[in-house]
Design a protein around this ligand. Structure first.
Ligand code: AOF
Ligand code: ZN
Length: 403
């Protein structure tokens, strides 16, 4: 508060009036505690699907009296975890929750009712819940019972934390992150297909942290053969959990010796194919038959099937053909490219297979770009800008030419 006033004085602007000052202060306090709730929520990432990652904090007289997060689908919701931990101290407290409290009997009873019964005085909400079972009803019930509710506190951050889940709830398909590691000249492997390793150790650790937070990791058959990857999550101290592994094998031709087909992981490997045939697979491996599309397994059909299995966030990890297919079909929500300070030469494997556009103006562009340095590598994250639709014929709008 004093800092705000001092800054205003320095800038020779009139300090805000008392009421406005109080509002600024309240907002700063609300955002401070919502940040703690966000930190709680993040603990659930990659563990709660098909549910969102949610965090909650209970505050009384400026002190945190309890925290909670949603740890797994079927388990208690974040608000209830915090309320239980607080016990009698929840009475008269403020609740900060990254997602609107639910109002339905699902796997657990409504949080809205638990909040009212606990005697919580005010509720600060981050994201609204687009789930048709909730969608404003939780907030309406709270207000109806005389609980004060403030909405949209750090809404942007809260929405971003669950971007994958919002996509899944609204479109019944997973959010897709395409991740690749390239050399400075854009190669994902050398001319012989060798890719161990493009980036340094810090960047590889970043990838394992990413795998830890997604529900499934996918590669194409080419990458499965060339790299024989495990696609497990290896974090220091044995932390981290394995995502479901998905491998595209349109005609079920992958050799059965591959590591992916002999998994030693609690998470299954799904072999996505479009073959009329079938094949015997090891325990822990499942065949997932999809429609056949242009260039192999129909990706939209695959995504719908993965969503039906509760996959809310899919990480696509190669290779060049798979990248190109996902991007061409407009199925990528976020691209994350790690760029290593190396040069592999023109005959290395490119990031994208196939022909590019003739004009640079037609190159696929990313927006909402973030850049970060990780060890000796550079991480660039962005959102593919959907291709502009061809301009409408101008004839109708153009003034009539002389007859
Ligand atoms: C969660 N965790 O902390 C909150 C959720 O099947 P249920 O009963 O677990 O309900 C899941 C729905 O509840 C979920 O889709 C979302 O709309 C709402 N809120 N869910 O899993 C939480 N607060
Ligand atoms: Zn709930």
């Amino acid at each position: 508060m004093n800092r705000i006033l001092a800054r205003a004085r320095r800038a020779r602007v009139r300090p805000p009036r008392r009421a406005a000052r109080a509002a600024l202060f309240d907002r700063a306090v609300a955002e401070f505690f919502m940040r703690l709730a966000l930190r709680e929520a993040a603990k659930g990432l990659g563990r709660t699907s098909p549910n969102p990652a949610v965090g909650a904090v209970l505050v009384r007289a400026g002190r945190v009296v309890a925290r909670g997060h949603h740890a797994r689908a079927g388990g208690p919701h974040a608000e209830v975890v915090a309320i239980r931990a607080a016990g009698a101290r929840a009475r008269g407290a403020d609740l900060y929750t990254t997602l609107e409290p639910c109002d339905h009997y699902g796997k657990t009873p409504p949080c809205s009712i638990a909040v009212i019964e606990a005697g919580v005085r005010r509720v600060f909400v981050g994201s609204a819940d687009p789930n048709p079972l909730v969608n404003g009803k939780g907030i309406a019930r709270l207000r109806g019972a005389g609980v004060e509710v403030a909405e949209d506190v750090l809404r942007g951050e809260c929405d971003a934390l669950n971007a994958h889940w919002f996509k899944y709830i609204r479109e019944r398909r997973p959010y897709v992150t395409l991740k690749a590691a390239v050399t400075l000249d854009g190669r994902i492997a050398t001319r012989t297909g060798d890719a161990r390793w493009v980036t340094g150790e810090a960047a590889r650790r970043w990838v394992h942290r990413l795998r830890d937070r997604v529900d499934a990791v996918l590669v194409g058959a080419g990458t499965a053969r060339a790299d024989d990857p495990l696609l497990t999550t290896r974090l220091a101290g044995g932390r981290g959990r394995d995502a479901v592994r998905v491998v595209l094998d349109t005609d079920l031709r992958l050799p059965s010796r591959l590591a992916l087909l002999n998994p030693r992981s609690p998470a299954p490997t799904l072999v996505a194919h479009a073959s009329a045939r079938t094949r015997r697979v090891r325990p822990g491996v499942e065949l997932l038959r999809c429609k056949r599309g242009k260039g192999g397994v129909d990706l939209r059909d695959l995504l719908a099937k993965l969503a039906a299995r509760g996959v809310t966030h899919l990480l696509v990890e190669g290779g060049a053909r798979v990248h190109a297919r996902f991007l061409e079909e407009g199925l990528v929500d976020r691209v994350a490219v790690l760029v290593a300070p190396k040069l592999a030469g023109a005959d290395g494997v490119p990031l994208l297979a196939g022909r590019g556009p003739a004009r640079m103006a037609d190159a696929l562009r990313l927006d909402e770009v973030q850049v970060e340095r990780i060890g000796e590598d550079v991480l660039v994250i962005g959102r593919p800008v959907p291709a502009a639709r061809p301009a409408r014929p101008r004839a109708r709008r153009a003034p009539a030419r002389g007859r």
